[in-house]
Ligand binder design. Structure first.
Ligand SMILES: C[S@@+](CC[C@H](N)C(=O)[O-])C[C@H]1O[C@@H](n2cnc3c(N)ncnc32)[C@H](O)[C@@H]1O
Length: 195
């Protein structure tokens, strides 16, 4: 058995609503983060007691739900996705989880919203949208983070496209971040704001 299979079997099952959402995503062939990425986000949100979270790329709200379930009671997630058909599914599940009052869904392209996004001192920004725009998202979100806040980026491995290879270099050498890339799910970048 591979280490990955071993770990898959070892972890307990996610909450029933997360399992239902995984099935929904699979049935509709809609991309969601891997379960281990969801778990990793959950642990980070718990550890940081993160209560100001910005997400770029909502889709069916699977990663949103993992983070919402881990967030402290006063927390809030702002999540961006221009596809309102997909976010209507996210809203349904977040409502069923009793978390929708803590979430703001914004149905516009991220690059339209981010330049005027009014919230500062974010604990976490999670990027999971258009990979050719990742470098632009990064420049716009780093100033929104609090010192020591985390920017987390999905889909950095395998680095097959030129855009992702370029982005990975920019990310790991960003002067305002202490950054690393870890081989969880589809490759996760994590950078903490250091200045
Ligand atoms: C990989 S999916 C996100 C999956 C989600 N994080 C989850 O785990 O449930 C990427 C999403 O980015 C959205 N997207 C496409 N263009 C976008 C843009 N310009 N700004 C923000 N999101 C965008 C797509 O509609 C899609 O739902």
């Amino acid at each position: 058995m591979s280490d990955l299979d071993y770990l898959k079997r070892l972890h307990r099952n996610p909450a029933p609503l997360l399992l239902e959402l995984e099935q929904h995503g699979r049935a509709d062939d809609v991309p969601l983060v891997d379960r281990e990425t969801g778990r990793f986000l959950s642990t980070l949100v718990h550890a940081m007691q993160a209560n100001r979270i910005l997400e770029i790329g909502t889709s069916y709200g699977y990663s949103t739900l993992w983070m919402a379930l881990a967030m402290p009671p006063a927390g809030h997630i702002w999540t961006i996705d221009p596809d309102s058909d997909r976010t209507s599914i996210a809203i349904e599940f977040l409502r069923r989880a009793g978390k929708f009052d803590d979430i703001s869904v914004m149905n516009q392209p991220a690059l339209e919203i981010l330049p005027t996004f009014p919230v500062r001192n974010l604990d976490i920004v999670f990027i999971d949208a258009v990979d050719t725009e990742y470098a632009e998202y990064l420049e716009l979100v780093v100033p929104l983070l609090k010192r020591s806040g985390l920017v987390i980026v999905d889909n950095l491995l395998p680095a097959t496209s030129t855009e992702i290879r370029e982005f990975n270099k920019i990310f790991l050498n960003h002067p305002q971040l202490d950054a690393t890339i870890v081989p969880i799910g589809n490759g996760i970048g994590m950078g903490s704001r250091i200045e």
